[in-house]
Design a protein around this ligand. Sequence first.
Ligand code: C2E
Ligand code: MG
Ligand code: MG
Ligand code: MG
Length: 291
Amino acid sequence: AAKRQGRNRFHYYTPAMQEVSNARMRLTNDLYSALANDQFILHYQPIVDLETGLIQKAEALIRWQHPQRGLVSPSDFIPIAEDTGQIIGIGNWVCRQAAAQVARWRAIHYPAFQVSVNMSPAQFRANADSRVPCFNALAEADLPGQSIVVEITENLLMEAREEISSQLLVFRDMGIQVALDDFGTGYSSLSYLKKFDIDYLKIDQSFVRNLASGASDLALCEAMIGMAHKLGIQVIAEGIETQDQYAILKKMGCDYGQGYFFSKPLPADRFEALLAKHPALCPAVSEPTIS
Ligand code: C2E
Ligand code: MG
Ligand code: MG
Ligand code: MG
């Protein structure tokens, strides 16, 4: 990176970069009115019990329906919302929406159904008062904490701040479960798994991608699953796209799977139609082929 900086040091602010910065500025401005104008929507992706195929959970994934740009991906606006502090309002909206949905799906589908929500480190840094509305959502929907799983990343735990561990204890007291998202991609330290009470470890999709080619990822996935299980942590594999990846992870004893092989993230009504039609996504299991 230093090398690149050096080479470009005399003309580092190019028209193209100006364009990127303008585009970001416009998105930032539009983001201020997005919540009031009802432009966010949650999509839900099934999380499947690999043993039974039953859809037991869903991950809530936010999208922004921009009047001109169409659906904007969270990777494009969540970082902005984190910088500007808008993530607090957005995060509270996500919690309320997710709570309402899980209440409905517990009633019509599966009584122990859970919805997981992603939480940014910025939401943990906010003062306790601004975190409260998120929890009120559960009480308003008359739901037990067990209905929600909060997804955090290793980078949050790395901050090793008092508010963070005390917040995780509040979740624990409420019965809210915690998943460690994108596991293996951050500054992984196995000591986090010992120090914090984690319920689920989500193996990042980058490890799942090359599983069938017999590369080192096979050994890594097996090691992560074995270690998690010894610590009493359940494992969710992300980004399962093929029958082989599914069969290999199932054979390894991975608890849950999520990915396009089962279903893409869907709007609530289509997710509900899927639950009604295919409460279990249980593709025929053939022996995994490892080349
Ligand atoms: P994530 O939490 O790791 O979510 C998984 C991402 O992988 C989602 O991207 C999902 O659509 C995608 N995915 C699922 N299955 C597959 C697959 O089989 N193959 C591939 N290639 N991708 C798959 P998405 O929806 O674009 O979200 C990106 C990230 O944005 C999320 O990563 C999460 O970090 C963040 N995010 C999403 N919703 C929220 C939210 O409500 N709050 C916060 N703070 N962050 C959010
Ligand atoms: Mg996630
Ligand atoms: Mg992830
Ligand atoms: Mg991710």
